[in-house]
Ligand binder design. Structure first.
Ligand code: AMP
Length: 213
């Protein structure tokens, strides 16, 4: 049995065409069922639904053989025991710094003031500001980051931006792009050895669908 860990929503939806290219069709709609293990038309392939941030954990410890998750999540989790063979070019966005409209970010950075930065992406933010030599106090949040500069909790946020509409709707402006993000296929290294044939079939089909082989 091959187990693929996916999160509901954008990643699940954008993975379906890749699965189809590998001849795999998921038999349940995750938005309609309460099941967490979904069968596919291939008797030896199943999908497990987990939180995006748990995908690397499932794959690392062998709860799933393969998983798909954003580069942001992988950087925050660390790469231990995970083989990352493919950039799937899906769920694309960027990690950016944003501030309240009217906040002089450039001046704050220039003056060497300690910046209060709220984010879910603590590792990415820490590395980015350290490389710039900017002193920051990081405040870990789990959601609704946009609220932090509006309520005075923080001067800036580090968050995912796609169209920019969420920032605009909350009177925030993007002041720095930290990195581009897309979803990656991650593979459990032991599973790749023990289930080499069926695993390679899926990885190669994804790769062909992406035009990378
Ligand atoms: P947008 O308004 O299109 O800029 O989208 C920004 C909101 O969607 C933020 O709350 C992000 O956390 C979330 N978001 C955007 N792109 C992604 C992605 N690829 N994966 C997960 N969340 C995302």
């Amino acid at each position: 049995m091959i187990t693929l860990a996916l999160s509901k929503g954008r990643i699940f939806d954008e993975t379906l065409p890749l699965l189809k290219a590998a001849g795999i069709e998921v038999l349940d709609d995750p938005e309609k069922t309460r099941k967490l293990i979904l069968a596919t038309n291939q008797p030896d392939v199943r999908v497990v639904l987990v939180r995006a941030t748990d995908v690397p954990t499932y794959v690392q410890y062998g709860g799933a053989d393969l998983g798909i998750t954003g580069l942001d999540t992988l950087i925050e989790h660390g790469n231990d025991g995970l083989y990352q063979p493919l950039d799937l070019q899906i769920a694309k966005c960027r990690v950016s710094v944003a501030v309240r409209e009217g906040f002089d970010y450039a001046a704050a950075v220039r003056q060497g003031a300690r910046l209060r930065v709220a984010t879910k992406y603590v590792a990415i933010a820490r590395d980015f500001f350290a490389a710039k030599g900017v002193h920051v106090d990081l405040i870990k949040l789990y959601g609704s980051m946009e609220l932090a500069p509006l309520t005075g909790l923080a001067d800036a946020i580090v968050d995912l931006v796609s169209t920019g509409n969420t920032l605009k709707a909350n009177n925030l402006v993007e002041v720095e792009r930290i990195m581009d993000i897309s979803s990656r296929l991650v593979v459990n290294q032991a599973a790749l050895k023990l289930k080499r044939e069926p695993m390679r079939r899926i990885i190669d089909a994804f790769s062909r669908a992406l035009g990378q082989s």
